[in-house]
Design a protein around this ligand. Structure first.
Ligand SMILES: C[S@@+](CC[C@H](N)C(=O)[O-])C[C@H]1O[C@@H](n2cnc3c(N)ncnc32)[C@H](O)[C@@H]1O
Length: 250
């Protein structure tokens, strides 16, 4: 996976299992090494490092929040914040209740340094493994994921279980009727609908640039907004899911 490309598919696994070739990009060691390097570069040259999916991916999310008049005091959680540049953009836009978590201590240290250099306060940062939340993180109105679910899907150690745990953690931290904004280069819209079918429903698909390859055109990046259903709605929709099509992969 990179901000411009998708991870390789293994071609194995039963339908819907999402069989990616496991990769170092799914491990904490990888991200620790990345952000240690980026932290050093920031300290030496002031370069904030890579913005996953580019500037436009941040603008797209902020435009959506603006269009839907999300109040500036809404609580926002950035899951796997990396260098925290999206937190900076949210704060500059006026959001005042923002939290960034990442399981890499170097990522959180880098985010803290960038936020400090920008002269911003009121942004909460925490070293947290989203799959093993240690504190009482809950009650968020908005959760953002830019590339983190993608990274987790590449974990060499039981990625299927980790994806299930991700959905459980998301249910725990997001308020009922809260929004989950995910940007992914490894999963298609249909696959994401399948991954988040329990307890979440699609609210909107955000337009992303298309690319052509071998005469076929498609989206290289999927950006979707889900809304968390109440438990009553979720039960109703799970019975109707029985009649919905299953996504098969080659
Ligand atoms: C592809 S990077 C994206 C970083 C950032 N969201 C961005 O858009 O620039 C994936 C991030 O997810 C973090 N991450 C991966 N698994 C995680 C987990 N289980 N808990 C918290 N953070 C995780 C990594 O440390 C890394 O910062």
């Amino acid at each position: 996976m990179s901000s411009g490309g998708a991870a390789a598919r293994s071609g194995e696994g039963s339908p819907g299992e999402g069989a990616f070739v496991p990769s170092a990009l799914g491990t904490r060691e990888h991200w620790d090494a990345v952000y240690e390097r980026e932290l050093q570069t920031f300290q030496e040259y002031g370069d904030t490092g890579e913005i996953w999916f580019g500037e436009e991916s941040m603008n797209r999310l902020i435009r959506w929040m603006q269009k839907h008049k999300i109040p500036l005091d809404a609580s926002v959680l950035d899951i796997g914040t990396g260098n925290g540049v999206f937190l900076v953009e949210l704060a500059k836009f006026g959001f005042s209740n923002i939290t960034g978590i990442d399981y890499s201590p170097s990522a959180i240290q880098l985010s803290g340094s960038i936020i400090e250099k920008e002269g911003l306060s009121n942004i909460k940062l925490k070293v947290e493994d989203f799959l093993d939340l240690s504190t009482k993180l809950s009650g968020f109105h908005i959760c953002i994921d830019k590339g983190t679910f993608d990274a987790i899907s590449l974990n060499p150690d039981n990625a299927i279980e980790k994806r299930k745990q991700y959905v459980k953690s998301l249910s725990r931290v997001l308020k009922v009727k809260g929004f989950f904004l995910i940007t992914s280069c490894n999963w298609t819209k249909e696959e994401l609908l399948n991954e988040f079918s329990e307890g979440f429903e699609l609210f909107e698909e955000l337009p992303t640039p298309k690319f052509s390859f071998g005469g076929r055109s498609g989206n290289s990046v999927a950006a979707l907004v889900f809304q968390k259903m109440s438990s009553g709605e979720a039960a109703e929709s799970s019975s109707s899911l029985l009649s919905s099509p299953i996504v098969y992969r080659n």
